[in-house]
Each structure stands twice: as C-alpha cells, then as structure tokens.
Write a protein that binds this ligand. Sequence first.
Ligand code: NAD
Ligand code: WQD
Length: 337
Amino acid sequence: MKILVTGGAGYIASHTNVELLNAGYEVVVIDNLINSDKESIRRVEKLTGKKITFYEADICNKEALEAVFEKETIDAVIHFAGLKAVGESCQIPLTYFDNNLCGTIYLLEMMKKYDVKTLVFSSSATVYGLPESVPITEDFPLSVSNPYGRTKLMIEDMLRDIYQADNGWDIAILRYFNPIGAHESGEIGEAPNGIPNNLLPYVAKVAAGELDYVRVFGDDYDTPDGTGVRDYIHVVDLALGHIKSLEKLKQHPGLVTYNLGTGVGYSVLDIIHNFEKACHKTIPYQIVERRPGDIDICYADAKKAKEELGWEATRSIDVMCEDAWRWQSKNPKGYAK
Ligand code: NAD
Ligand code: WQD
C-alpha cells in the first residue's frame, strides 16, 4: 500500500514514516520544508533501510500537488501538513487560514479527482477548548479560542460534511494530546525553529544550557501543585496510532474520531522533575504569570482508541524524557549540520 504523507518531513510525520516503512507500507512525502529539514527524511531512510519518495512542494500549489497524484498511485493519505504555532496564529491568522484550510481543500479535491478516499487527519485536543471536566471523551462539545485551533475544527467540520455527502470516504480524525519525546535511536526528534513555544523542547534547551531557566506559566491553577496539567504522549506511541488507524480504515468504517493520549495528566513541575532524572542535572525554573489562553487541566479518555483500534500508549513519562534528552544531546542544533 502506498501512503501519501503530507508534511512528511515534520516531527510527528518522521516518526510515523519509520513505523509505516517498518510495517511494509510504501511512503511518498510532500513537504515544503517550511518548518522542517530534508535531513529528517534521510535519517528515516537510514533507520529503516528503506526509501521514501520525496517531493519538495507546497500543498497549496495545485499543479505540484496534482503532479504527485498523477505520478504516484496513492492508496491513502495521512495529512500532517500545516502550521501549528498557537501564538503565531493570533498574529498572522490569514496565513494560517490560507495554509491550513486552502492546503487541505486542494488536497481533498485532488483525492476526490484521483478517487483516493482514505484519509487520516492530524487534529488536536485543542478542539475541546475549555473542557467542562476531565478525562475528555470524543463526544465532548467542541470549541476553539485561537486561529490555529479554528483551522483544526473547520477541517474536522469539512471532513464531516464531505463524508455526509459521500459515504464512500473512510476518514480517521485523530485528536492528539501533547506529543513529546523522540525515536529511541536519537536520530529523529522535534527540531523547533528559534526559541521553543512548547514546554518539552524548552526544558530540553534549558537542560542543554542554551536557555537560562524554564518560565513556569502560573502556579495558581486548580491542579495538585498549581501548575498546568497535560496529557503528554510519546511521539512513537502516537505514530503507532496512525498505523492502527490505517488498519481500521481498511475495514471501511466510514468516519471515525479518536483521542490519542495516555489518559494520564502530568503537571509542569512533574515534567521538569522527570526531565531532571533523565538528564541528571538540576533544571532551574521560575514561576511567572499565566500564559493567556492556557487552561488548567487537559487529559484524554483514551478508551475508545483502545477498544476500537486496539491501540494504547505504552511508553512512560520517564521514557519520554529520556528519549527527548537523547535527541537533544545528540543533535543540539536539530537537523542542522
Ligand atoms: P511540524 O511543523 O513538525 O510538521 C508539519 C510539517 O508540515 C512540516 O514539515 C512543514 O514543513 C509542513 N508543511 C506546513 N505547511 C505545508 C504546506 N503548505 N505544504 C507542504 N508542507 C507543509 O509539526 P508536527 O508537530 O509534526 O505536527 C504535525 C501535525 O499535527 C500538524 O498538522 C499539527 O497541527 C498537528 N498537531 C501537532 C501537535 C503538536 O503538539 N506537535 C498537537 C496536535 C496536532
Ligand atoms: C504545556 C504546559 C503551559 C511552556 C499546545 C497547543 C495545542 C497542541 C499542543 C497542536 C502548559 C506550560 C509551557 C513554557 C510553561 N498543539 N508551559 N512554560 O499549551 O498544552 O498545547 O501544544 O495542536 O494546540 O496549544 O502545550 O507545551 O505549550 O504547554 O509553563 O515555557 O506547559 O502553560 O501548562 P499546550 P505547551
């Protein structure tokens, strides 16, 4: 089976590509490298001993996208391509709407034209907005508070409408919680441009001595230690969820939606202390103001994916931190030479 992976040079996609190739799938990647490096493709090929067909192109470029569908006989698409920085999306919302929404519309048009109606889509727990309680099940009300989140919810809505109009589609909407960690080899991992926005890469850079201290955004939340609680999931567990979803789609289930999380919440201070164990260093931190838009607590009810996909996350928070540290130590500059 040949899988088109959009955004296939990125963080989650590179780990998914390893699992796809190891499971015997052929992988075709389209990525414009706006937030990634072609070196990730080379490293995945090295890790697996298998080739990836790589197209450096923008999914918003209809001709380039069509050329891929024309040349390759695609069986299914995993759609990762998109911009993902919440703060940036508030500053340049139109860029986010253009890239994430138009890119997805062009992709869906091409899939329809070439009769490729099997899709796995990268959604996010951000579509639950401010959840009324935890754990969060897939039928919770949906709402968003920033342009990035809005693109995810709008794409989900588009997919539900498309399926409603033509139930020949098979679509898995995967709502990721907080992906962290890296491949155990230390060869692939998260390589954010500039100063990281997300907690884990920030903590890793403090541990490496590149940044002075972690700013903990608030300690007066309604959580056990007052700092924000999230459902951190190892990126390899997340990647394996995509393989299980593809297997599910082979059974023609129609449109399905799954939370991909662990079902366990850790606070910011838990993460800092677990990372200290992994890197054998003290990580300095300071409590600062809350970050606008943050919620106190968010973790998944992961039962549906377990029951219907036969998937569950198995890697512990210790392993997540150890793998993230191995990647950081081996690649202080990310993929840059
Ligand atoms: P990433 O930035 O590492 O990967 C996204 C990839 O898409 C990058 O390689 C980028 O170059 C590419 N891309 C962006 N726009 C493109 C375009 N127009 N044409 C071609 N390629 C394009 O991010 P990631 O963390 O691996 O996230 C992958 C997907 O998962 C994204 O859709 C993201 O919104 C979603 N997601 C991520 C998280 C997270 O915390 N990392 C959580 C929930 C959902
Ligand atoms: C985690 C916790 C912060 C940085 C974001 C997106 C979400 C999804 C995943 C894509 C929070 C605290 C953070 C720091 C801190 N992405 N924190 N100091 O906000 O849960 O989710 O990434 O879909 O849509 O919103 O992740 O890693 O930024 O924050 O104290 O320097 O760490 O307040 O409690 P978040 P995060």
